[in-house]
Design a protein around this ligand. Structure first.
Ligand code: SF4
Length: 263
């Protein structure tokens, strides 16, 4: 629980998942829980597509020592369950041996039989600029490292793509920036791009709202009022802003021939 990458916009800041992103707890019995659950599912012939990395990155620094994600992948392989991994880290390449075996052996659920691969990897980005990333995602591997890992996994035959989440309002949400994102992702063999708008939660010092406003104030003071106006006290930008953003991104993706869904 929690995540050492400490992205300023991370929704787990101040949420029920963790008070802040610069500390975390290790679920030391995770492997036992996963093993018991999959054993039961498998015995009942229930298939599923499992997801790793929704409220914590599965490849944060401590994973180099713990190898908890690696052990969990071995359990997925033992019971032949396919997986979708979301990460900001190239440490995933360490587990290439298991990912390859899983990609050969896993059994897809009936409703996902058309999926290209049994291991799908989505790298998440809020920018492809390493300098900006060092401010907004201070402890995460750089976008350049992620793009390189994406390319390697795509060349090994995995279904890989990018989650452009969150697109930073008034910083890189204009057409020119989005066209550049799409061009860079395509060049690095992304098979899809899933866009997402920023969300901001809470009001305490550690909340994603206050952390993000402080980041904008220090680095892009000229857009701070616009960002605050966009959110007021809400957790999401207006429907109008979100619809425009998704429409614009979808049109650019269509023009450049990249899908906005994994399927
Ligand atoms: S990598 Fe994901 S989970 Fe980790 S701090 Fe960043 S946004 Fe949060």
């Amino acid at each position: 629980m929690g995540c050492s990458f400490d992205c300023v916009y991370c929704y787990i800041n101040g949420s029920k998942y963790a008070k802040k992103t610069n500390s975390y707890y290790v679920k030391s019995n995770a492997c036992d829980l996963v093993y018991n659950k999959l054993k039961k599912l498998s015995r009942n012939h229930e298939r599923a597509f499992l997801n790793l990395g929704s409220a914590s990155d599965p490849y944060m620094e401590i994973e180099k020592e713990l190898e908890l994600t690696r052990e969990i992948l071995k359990i997925f392989l033992r019971f032949k369950y396919p997986v979708h991994i979301i990460t900001k880290s190239d440490l995933i390449l360490r587990d290439m041996d298991i990912l390859k075996k899983l990609n050969d052996a896993a059994v897809l659920p009936d409703d996902l039989k058309n999926l290209k691969s049994r291991v799908c990897v989505t790298f998440s980005f809020s920018t492809v600029d390493d300098d900006l990333a060092s401010l907004v995602e201070p402890n995460a591997p750089s976008p350049s490292q992620r793009l390189k890992a994406m390319n390697i996994l795509a060349n090994e035959g995995f279904h890989v793509g990018a989650a452009l989440m969150p697109i930073l309002p008034y910083i890189n949400d204009d057409s020119k920036n989005i066209e550049n994102f799409v061009r860079v992702f395509k060049k690095n063999n992304a098979g899809y791009l899933i866009p997402g708008a920023l969300s901001l939660f809470g009001s305490s010092e550690n909340s994603s709202r206050i952390k993000y406003y402080n980041f904008v104030k220090s680095n892009f003071p000229e857009v701070l009022d616009d960002v605050k106006d966009l959110f007021y006290n809400k957790e999401y930008p207006s429907n109008r802003y979100q619809n425009n953003l998704y429409r614009k991104t979808a049109a650019i993706c269509k023009k450049q021939g990249i899908k906005t869904t994994m399927l």
